[in-house]
Design a protein around this ligand. Structure first.
Ligand SMILES: Nc1ncnc2c1ncn2[C@@H]1O[C@H](COP(=O)(O)OP(=O)(O)OP(=O)(O)O)[C@@H](O)[C@H]1O
Length: 257
């Protein structure tokens, strides 16, 4: 269980640009739950992910994993058990390194990197087997630099690399937004497969309402630092894109847009 309890977050406190984003924000996510998060621009989706990952600290409140308080835990420590895939495919991989080197780097996540660290040749068949699941032929291009791959290929690799070592959480921050519709579809199918197979607790932020409806077992809509819709079970299954769009329009009218 991941819990955000009584989170308060101000940006630029004490300045003319002071902005209160979260005021007593609470969220509990059950182990193994796949939560899709939608919401208006600036509603706090990425800030929420950053608070979970430790990229930003809340002003007050607690973050708990299985009851253990991790609020003060440094980001690099937290990321040992969190996999994160960003909107920009360039963020999750190293362009100047080969596919093999990238896979090897992901394989060593959380382990000590000494000067002697190189690719362990005995792991190559394992990397190839992992890459084969992507169906992109990358298993035959181990010596190719990742920078020369397409955005979709890199994003598929980012997903694979972020879930290669045992993790408790997968954080997806608009991870299909920069991809063409066909590639985005492929990455979503792959995401669903990985999440189900590894039973990962997952938070996926997306602006694609269809993905939010079709994937995951809980749907959260954020607006101005609040969850204005939170559906799971049959309520989520019976939800459709039009109904979500209607809720979106309601929110926009309230905002005067
Ligand atoms: N580092 C920061 N400093 C100041 N304000 C910030 C910072 N990060 C985010 N904000 C503000 O907090 C609010 C929420 O931003 P956030 O990026 O969390 O929203 P979002 O829901 O992810 O938006 P989008 O859908 O546009 O990506 C916005 O008004 C944003 O300007």
């Amino acid at each position: 269980m991941l819990e955000l309890q009584h989170i308060h977050k101000y940006y630029n406190p004490g300045t003319v640009n002071e902005m209160c984003l979260f005021e007593d924000f609470n969220l509990s996510i059950k182990k193994g739950q796949f939560v899709s998060v939608v919401g208006s621009n600036g509603s706090g989706k990425t800030s929420m992910l950053n608070i979970v990952c430790g990229s930003i600290n809340p002003d007050s409140g607690k973050i708990l994993i299985e009851g253990q308080d991790i609020t003060k835990e440094q980001e690099y420590r937290r990321l040992r058990r969190i996999g994160r895939v960003y909107q920009n495919p360039a963020m999750g991989t190293c362009p100047n390194m080969t596919i093999l080197e990238n896979m090897s780097m992901a394989d060593h996540k959380g382990k000590f990197f000494g000067l002697s660290m190189g690719t362990n040749k005995s792991r190559i068949p394992f990397y190839q087997e992992q890459l084969r699941q992507l169906n992109l032929g990358l298993e035959d291009k181990l010596q190719v630099k990742v920078g020369s791959l397409s955005g979709g290929q890199r994003q598929a690799m980012s997903l694979l690399m972020s879930t290669m070592t045992p993790i408790d959480f997968l954080i997806l921050d608009e991870h299909t937004a920069a991809l063409d519709p066909k590639t985005a579809e492929l990455i979503m199918e792959l995401t669903d497969k990985v999440v189900r197979e590894k039973q990962l607790t997952t938070i996926m932020v997306t602006h694609n309402l269809r993905y939010a409806v079709e994937y995951g077992d809980r749907l959260l809509m954020m607006h101005q630092g609040h969850a204005v819709m939170d559906l799971e079970g049959d309520e989520k299954k019976n939800m459709n894109v039009d109904a979500i769009l209607e809720k979106f329009n309601e929110i926009s009218i309230e905002c005067g847009n």
